[in-house]
Design a protein around this ligand. Structure first.
Ligand SMILES: [Zn+2]
Length: 91
């Protein structure tokens, strides 16, 4: 499948991209994107609860960790932001 320019340049599924986090440091932790550290209007955070959600485009997982609950790990085949298939190597 041909990738669109948007998918090729998507900052959310390319580890190490220049996304800015709320602490002005990279929200990437190796290949893991800590979505709760983003401060760009794409991710909203509930103020009355806490929880973390991270996206790992290499392992193809979305992981949710919250207070008092077991971690929830969801396998994904596509980037949730741009729809790029994660199981295909980029040219
Ligand atoms: Zn993407």
């Amino acid at each position: 499948m041909e990738l669109t320019e948007k998918q090729k340049n998507c900052k959310y599924c390319h580890p190490g991209s220049e996304l800015e986090g709320i602490y002005r440091n990279s929200p990437w932790d190796d290949n893991e994107l800590n979505l709760e550290e983003l401060d760009n209007g794409v991710v909203s955070t509930g103020r009355d609860t806490w929880g973390d959600i991270s996206f790992n485009p290499v392992n193809k997982t979305l992981t949710s960790v919250g207070s008092g609950v077991d971690p929830l790990i969801v396998s994904v085949n596509y980037c949730p932001m741009c729809g790029r298939p994660l199981n295909e190597e980029e040219e």
